[in-house]
Design a protein around this ligand. Structure first.
Ligand code: FPP
Length: 250
């Protein structure tokens, strides 16, 4: 039976996050340069976004470019920035057709001006679409985000006479993912099993799914397979299995 048919629709994760990895290795296997892999990766982005939206997933967050990726060879950074601008513009019709709102997180001010302007333009043009929110993490790293949240808090507290109590909820609201539920499922392609500075706070209780597939090979059926795997797991949030079973009966 196909993985799609095995998905239990009322147990879908609301939010899926993906570390898209393996573009360079995929390109090397074809005897091509790394940029070819990134270009091919655009098709996998389209597949994942369409598949998630069609199923009814509400949030899909993709790690497109990390703070550390700025240290790659300049020629690759430039090619990636060019690809992002081009894709964001060209894929507007895909977003419209699928009723997907585009959003972005990260140190967006550090993006080249053209990227920033076109990104903001598409974000604005898709702001009324409400089937799914597609978030691109661009010039993003979790440590950057956490330090940024602390700066916001210090600033805010400095302006208050009565200090606000710092709780987990308050802190979450200072992160760039404010308003989004935490991802229930994180997928990473290419066989690497690490988080690479991605959503460290938000992934505290997420189910982690690692696949050998390289990102350009990632198809709709691969997303369905990850969801089926997720649905077989017991999410305990620090409780015992017995407690979870009792809770389900109540
Ligand atoms: C990681 O693979 C991938 C990236 C750093 C870039 C991701 C970009 C895309 C998928 C292109 C299109 C994306 C959007 C959102 C328009 P890698 O280069 O680290 O691969 P490697 O580990 O095999 O070298």
């Amino acid at each position: 039976m196909s993985f799609k048919k095995q998905i239990i629709t009322d147990k879908l994760p609301q939010h899926i996050a993906i570390i898209m990895d393996g573009n360079g290795r995929w390109a090397a296997k074809q005897g091509k340069d790394r940029v070819f892999g990134h270009q091919y990766g655009v098709g996998a982005v389209r597949n994942a976004a369409e598949a998630a939206a069609e199923l009814g997933v509400k949030y899909l967050t993709l790690y497109a470019f990390s703070t550390e990726n700025w240290n790659r060879p300049q020629i690759e950074v430039d090619a990636l920035m060019h690809l992002f601008v081009e894709t964001i513009e060209q894929e507007f019709e895909t977003l419209k057709k699928n009723n997907i709102r585009l959003h972005a997180i990260g140190d967006l001010a550090s993006l080249p001006a053209e990227n920033y302007t076109k990104l903001m333009d598409t974000i604005k043009k898709t702001s009324e679409f409400d089937r799914m929110t597609l978030t691109l993490a661009m010039s993003y790293s979790s440590r950057w985000e956490i330090v940024d949240a602390v700066k916001k808090i210090v600033n805010e507290q400095g302006r208050q006479n009565n200090k606000i109590e710092i709780t987990e909820k308050y802190f979450s609201q200072k992160l760039s993912t404010v308003g989004m539920p935490d991802p229930e499922l994180l997928i990473r392609t290419s066989g690497e099993s690490r988080l690479s500075n991605f959503l460290l706070w938000q992934l505290a209780y997420s189910e982690l799914y690692f696949t050998q597939k390289l990102w350009p090979e990632f198809e709709k059926e691969d997303l369905y397979e990850a969801i089926v795997d997720y649905q077989k797991r017991e999410r305990r949030f620090g409780l015992t299995s017995q407690q979870i079973k009792r809770k389900k009966k109540e």
